[in-house]
Write a protein that binds this ligand. Structure first.
Ligand SMILES: [Fe+2]
Length: 267
């Protein structure tokens, strides 16, 4: 199941920055406060995870007694009813199973808390010093996704800033922002899953055109996704993929925007 192309729109590239050329204040002002997505390359070159996590046996050996939900599907939205029925299994054994599976097999371990030993392999983002890296309001600060051939359905986060950090494998990320004119209609269609119907593009009114900002990320790349941006994700290879999501608190103006959004009935 691929989701990115199910939503029609004009396609543009997400701007790219090398971490070496992106200082913290520029990142904060030009992207976080401005609420613009950006890809940051070379941002985690010094994180031990970038090398160590390519080895599944290393990850399994450091998984401790963590148990995870393992589903044989992409990540649908809403996910709860679906994943409540999925199996809870030891992380270590599940990783080994996934590594031994066929290249077309689908596995998803939706967001889970990192085992202590995995957490120790992460570093900091040079462009996000502590003064900006404040505790998120709703989302956990750190979570990780492990998958094979499983993407994630279009969704958005009402609040908190997200750095999607690719540690292993490649994936295609598409994001778009809705304005007052388009958000009601698009939200209705996507939430009703009409985009999955055969020929589903016809449900999107052609006069409500959107710009989808897209990129392919690989291990070492970070995508900043602002709140309220819809995003859909498709794997771009058949390998085991690992994505680490780090969330931090929105600037005051961003929180005010979200409150206005919710006040207008758009959750
Ligand atoms: Fe998300």
């Amino acid at each position: 199941m691929k989701v990115v192309d199910l939503v029609p729109g004009q396609v543009a590239e997400i701007p790219r920055h090398s971490a070496a050329d992106l200082d913290a204040d520029t990142f904060w002002r030009s992207y976080v406060v401005a609420q613009r997505p950006v890809v940051i390359t070379g941002a985690i070159a010094d994180w031990p995870a970038l090398q160590r996590w390519q080895d599944t046996e290393y990850l399994a050996a450091h998984a401790g007694d963590t148990e995870v939900t393992v589903a044989r599907t992409f990540n649908p939205v809403p996910a709860k009813a679906f994943f409540d029925r999925a199996e809870k299994l030891p992380l270590a054994a599940s990783l080994r199973n996934m590594a031994d599976s066929e290249p077309t097999d689908v596995y998803s371990m939706p967001a889970f808390k990192l085992p202590e030993r995995w957490l120790a392999d992460l570093g900091r983002y040079s462009f996000l010093p502590e003064r900006y890296d404040r505790r998120p309001i709703l989302f956990p600060r750190n979570r990780v996704f492990v998958y094979r051939n499983a993407g994630t359905e279009w969704h958005h986060h009402g609040i908190d800033e997200t750095l999607t950090t690719q540690l292993r494998g490649r994936k295609r990320v598409s994001v778009f922002e809705l304005d007052a004119q388009t958000r009601k209609e698009f939200t209705r269609i996507i939430r009703s899953n009409l985009h999955h119907v055969n020929g589903g593009a016809k449900f999107f009114p052609p006069e409500l055109s959107i710009v989808k900002y897209e990129t392919i990320i690989e291990a070492g790349d970070v995508v900043y996704i602002p709140p309220r941006y819809w995003h859909g994700i498709d794997p771009y290879d058949n390998e085991i993929g690992i994505t680490f999501a780090h969330c931090f608190r929105s600037p005051a103006e961003g929180i005010r925007q979200t409150l206005r959004w919710v006040g207008n009935g758009f959750k």
